[in-house]
Design a protein around this ligand. Structure first.
Ligand code: ADP
Ligand code: MG
Length: 238
């Protein structure tokens, strides 16, 4: 049971409130997409799930555990960012295994997990290459591989495809859908791309100015948006 539940989550930076009491239930194994305009609080909300930002008020549960004040490393989450800083001097395999090495996992365990992740991501042929010998899409795959090897309960993606060109975005979108199908883990995915949201999500959360505007299945939001704002993001033009 590793759904994610937010209860009345509030975030203030100094005097400025950017998240205004968000309640949200994401079910175990669900692919939940946050959409909304730039600055509406998507990343902040995701970072509070990851533990990279403290909540000012409210609670975050992952599975049965109250993780509100827990360290990021103890939450069972792994995050994939838009900019995927890989270590340039390390091979693909070393990049993927680095986190496990730092936490003292034995070589055989690291090799097994890296092997598994590279199979899922079709990176086997590239394990001995360094990042400069990879395409942008392959690099982002390595970044996703780093998350997979940690075996998280919850994957968090913050606009992971924004830096890729249109063609690669489509390819990686398919990869991420396949990853979700294969691993079945709970995933929270931030994007401003309507197609990504519509094709990847089981549940879409539309955010506006730090509040939830509407939550629903993609087709429900598309067919029956509550208002023009939601329609502007995912609704049909009618
Ligand atoms: P999004 O990811 O939807 O573009 P963010 O979550 O990054 O939005 O930002 C939401 C709001 O919080 C913005 O107004 C942003 O300027 C503000 N904000 C984000 N991080 C900080 C910070 N560390 N300090 C102050 N304000 C921040
Ligand atoms: Mg953001």
């Amino acid at each position: 049971m590793t759904g994610v539940v937010l209860n009345n989550v509030v975030k203030r930076f100094g005097d400025v409130q950017v998240i205004h009491g968000v309640d949200l239930e994401i079910e175990d194994g669900e692919f939940c997409v946050f959409v909304g305009p730039s600055g509406c609080g998507k990343s902040t909300l995701l970072r509070m799930v990851a533990g990279l930002e403290e909540t000012t008020e409210g609670k975050v549960h992952i599975g049965e555990r109250d993780v509100t004040h827990m360290d990021p490393s103890e939450r069972g989450v792994a995050m994939v960012f838009q900019t995927y800083a890989l270590y340039p001097h390390m091979t693909v395999a070393q990049n993927m295994g680095f986190g496990l090495k730092m936490t003292g996992h034995p070589k055989e365990v690291i090799a097994e997990k890296v092997g598994e992740a590279s199979r899922i991501l079709k990176l086997d042929p590239y394990l001995d290459r360094t990042p400069k010998a990879l395409s942008g899409g392959q690099r982002q795959r390595v970044a996703i591989g780093r998350a997979i090897v940690r075996g998280p309960d919850v994957f968090l993606f913050d606009e992971p495809l924004s830096n890729l060109d249109a063609e690669l975005r489509v390819e990686m979108r398919v990869e991420i859908a396949r990853l979700h199908k294969e691993i079945g883990a709970t995933m929270i995915y931030v994007t401003h791309d309507q197609t990504e949201a519509m094709t990847l999500a089981n549940k879409i959360v539309v955010l506006r100015d730090g509040r939830i505007e509407q939550v629903g299945k993609p087709m429900n939001l598309y067919r029956d948006p509550d208002n023009k704002f939601v329609a502007g993001f995912i609704g049909s033009p009618s």
